[in-house]
Structures are given as structure tokens and as C-alpha cells.
Design a protein around this ligand. Structure first.
Ligand code: SAH
Ligand code: SF4
Length: 387
């Protein structure tokens, strides 16, 4: 999972814009190794990681925990802290913000990240996060993070799918979205209640290593809790199986984009179902040693006349009961996108669907659409620039 250190520790004069001289994106272990090669004690790695990810400093010369001569040596060797930067902000009437974030060292490439004050109603369980009796916090928000630019999975209802896969993001580009947005809102991870959802552009489990390096960085260095992080997958079985082996201290919660009550409908919406049908996905999910009171989320996009009928709700409830998993359903009324020929269901049919699941004994949350007016809602991320 760590990158070849030879690449990052060579002290030869760097080429202009040499991405290998960026301290941002290096893990604490990699920073420690860099300092070791410079003849510095191991704790310098911790100091640098703290400065970059917790204090969110972007200027080498302001890391006062490192001795001045060392800062100078690093700067002279071409090292710098270049983190992804917000290039454009779109603000929704509901307070949601969508950002185009520029990745350093790339040609005008941007990735999308969304900030939702107060969350979207589906990503946290108060009981799981141990909120009861907690001191009131200042900021409550959810950050929706991208793992790739575009997506290769090709779900028929998703706007990101239309981009195809441009490329996967590095760990620094994934964690960098979070650090940059936390910085914009002056968030304090010890005081504020920040949730992360890896539900932006891309399929996190098709960029597994970078995704997990970013998670470890955000937990270990930025002070975010894995229990307040949720990763959503379309059902990449080998990815889920690897995820099941991650230690609980660094394992986000899992959401599966189910989106259909049976394989036949799912296959029509999500071509990935031909490779890994529902049973295979569920078997992989069973391998995860869930924490006490942890539940797996099944996301379900409601498409009018396709997946939103009461029969579908009954079939879905049966399917979920049969898995025997501690589960909940996160309903998402479909968010429209140009050129996609589905319909958003009427609020009444969404309510009936929800009630049918409740009657079937399934815990269910209805995800509030956030920032639809700025193309920030689920499945709408496609680098849309117009408002
Ligand atoms: N690729 C991952 C994570 C990103 S998509 C995945 O598919 O799980 C996050 C969620 O948005 C998924 O549950 C997906 O089903 C849902 N989604 C995609 N397009 C949507 C749309 N147009 N309206 C509502 N939800 C959508
Ligand atoms: Fe990719 Fe998720 Fe969109 Fe499917 S729903 S195309 S997996 S981003």
C-alpha cells in the first residue's frame, strides 16, 4: 500500500512541478522515512503529519515544530505542501456547497466535493455514533467525497456514469478534498460533528488502495472517526472482501447501492450485477465483522414506475430480511439529470414505499435531496459548471 520510497526520498534537484516533491499526500510512515533519509529523528514524521493534516498548514516555512534549517533544506530540495484547492464554489439555497477542487500537478483537472450542513438525514445513526449526552457541537455537516474522476461502472440512472472513467484519484487527492473543505469551514474535528460519505464521483472499491490510505490518513492524522464515515459501493465483491479484513479502527461503515428488489431489475439498471449478483454481494458483506449496533446500509434509488411500486417495497423487505444482516435502507428519490430518461417519483409514492418497508420491519431513512439546484445531489456530480 505504501509507494516505492525510492521515488519520494531522492534529493536530486527536482524537475519543475515534480509531483514527487509534494509532502501533501504522504502518510506519517512515508514522512518518517523521508526524514530518516535526511538524518532526522523519527518524530519529525509525526510533527510534519500533524502540521499538514491536523493544522492544515500549506506553507513549509510555517511549520514551526520543524527546525528552521530543516525547513530550509526541504525547500531547497524542492519539497512543498501542495494540497488540492477549491477552484470554484456553487452554493445552494439550502446551504449545500458543491466545489470543483483542482488537483495539484495536473492540467486543470478538477474533482467534485460537496458540503452539506446538518447532513442529509441518512448517513448517521445517533445511537451508533454514541451521541447521547454529548456536548453540543458547533458545526454539524457531512462532506461527500469523490474517489475517481468519472466512473466506469455505468449505472443507467447516474450522471457520473456519463463521463466514463477519466482516472482514479491518489490518496492525497481523496484526503485532500476533506482537508481543504474542513479548512474552508474552519472546522475543528475534535469539537464539530463531521461525517464523511464516500459517495461522490467514482467507485471507491475500484480504487481500493488509495481510498483506504486516505481513510487511514483522515483517521490517524485529521482526527476523524471511521464510525462517522460511510463508503458506498455498487457491489464490487473482491473489494468488499478486502474491506472485511480491515481493522475496525480504520474501517468506515458500509453502504451497498442495491437499487432494486431482485437481480432482474438490478441487472437492467446496473450492468455490474451481471458480474456480481445480489447473493454474491450479500455473501461478501456477511464476512464483515460488524461493530456492536453497526448496521449495513442498503441504498435504494426510487425510479418512478421502475423501482417504486409497493410490490417492489414488499420484495425488497423480504430480500433484506432473508439476508439476516443488521441492515437499514436509505431511500433516495431519483435526482434528474439531462439526457437520462427516468422519472422522479411523487412524494406520496415515496412515502408509501417507505411505510411499506417499515411495515415489513425494515429500518428506513429517506435521504433529503441536497443542493439539487446546483447539481450537488446524489448521482448529479458531473462537473456541471452552469448554475
Ligand atoms: N459509486 C458508488 C458511490 C457513489 S454513488 C455507488 O454507486 O455506490 C452514491 C449513491 O448515489 C449510490 O447509492 C447511487 O445509487 C446513488 N445515485 C446515483 N445516481 C443517482 C441519481 N441520479 N439520483 C439519486 N441517487 C443516485
Ligand atoms: Fe458509478 Fe456509483 Fe454512478 Fe454507478 S451509481 S455509475 S457505481 S458513481
Amino acid at each position: 500500500m505504501t509507494r516505492p520510497l525510492a521515488q519520494i526520498v531522492s534529493l536530486n534537484a527536482p524537475a519543475a512541478g515534480d509531483a514527487s516533491r509534494n509532502l501533501f499526500g504522504l502518510s506519517r510512515e512515508e514522512l518518517t522515512e523521508l526524514f530518516r533519509t535526511l538524518g532526522e529523528p523519527a518524530f519529525r514524521g509525526r510533527q510534519a503529519a500533524e502540521a499538514i493534516y491536523a493544522q492544515r498548514l500549506t506553507d513549509l516555512s510555517s511549520i514551526t515544530t520543524l527546525p528552521q534549517p530543516l525547513r530550509q533544506r526541504l525547500a531547497e530540495a524542492g519539497w512543498r505542501i501542495e494540497r488540492p484547492r477549491i477552484a470554484q464554489t456553487f452554493r445552494s439555497a439550502d446551504g449545500t456547497e458543491r466545489y470543483l477542487i483542482a488537483c495539484p500537478g495536473t492540467k486543470a483537472e478538477t474533482v467534485e466535493t460537496v458540503w452539506m450542513p446538518e447532513g442529509d438525514g441518512g448517513e448517521t445513526d445517533e445511537d451508533e455514533a454514541g451521541e447521547q449526552g454529548a456536548i453540543p457541537t458547533r458545526t454539524r455537516a457531512t462532506i461527500c467525497v469523490s474517489s475517481q474522476i468519472g466512473c466506469a461502472v455505468g449505472c443507467g440512472f447516474c450522471l457520473t456514469a456519463r463521463l466514463g472513467l477519466e482516472r482514479s484519484l491518489s490518496a492525497g487527492e481523496i484526503a485532500g478534498q476533506v482537508i481543504e473543505v474542513l479548512d474552508r469551514h474552519k472546522a475543528d474535528t475534535a469539537r464539530d460533528r463531521i461525517n464523511l460519505v464516500f459517495m461522490g464521483m467514482g467507485e471507491p472499491f475500484l480504487n481500493y488502495d488509495s481510498f483506504m490510505v486516505a481513510v487511514r490518513m483522515l483517521v490517524a492524522e485529521a482526527g476523524l472517526s471511521p464510525q462517522r464515515m460511510t463508503v458506498s459501493t455498487s457491489g464490487i465483491v473482491p473489494g468488499i472482501e478486502r474491506f472485511a479484513t480491515e481493522p475496525a479502527a480504520f474501517r468506515p461503515r458500509l453502504a451497498i447501492s442495491l437499487n432494486a428488489p431482485n437481480n432482474q431489475v438490478r441487472e437492467a439498471l446496473m450492468p455490474i450485477n451481471r458480474k456480481w449478483p445480489i447473493e454474491a454481494v450479500v455473501d461478501a458483506v456477511r464476512k464483515i465483522p460488524l461493530r456492536r449496533r453497526e448496521r449495513v446500509t442498503f441504498e435504494y434509488v426510487l425510479l418512478a414506475g421502475v423501482t417504486d411500486r409497493l410490490n417492489d417495497a414488499r420484495e425488497l423487505a423480504r430480500l433484506i430480511r432473508r439476508t439476516g444482516l443488521p441492515a437499514k435502507v436509505n431511500l433516495i428519490a431519483w435526482n434528474s439529470g439531462p439526457g437520462i430518461a427516468y422519472q422522479t417519483p411523487a412524494p406520496e409514492s415515496v412515502e408509501l414505499f417507505k411505510q411499506e418497508l417499515i411495515d415489513g420491519g425494515i429500518p428506513v431513512y429517506l435521504r433529503k435531496p441536497r443542493g439539487r439546484d446546483i447539481y450537488a445531489a446524489c448521482g448529479q456530480l458531473k462537473r456541471t459548471v452552469e448554475r
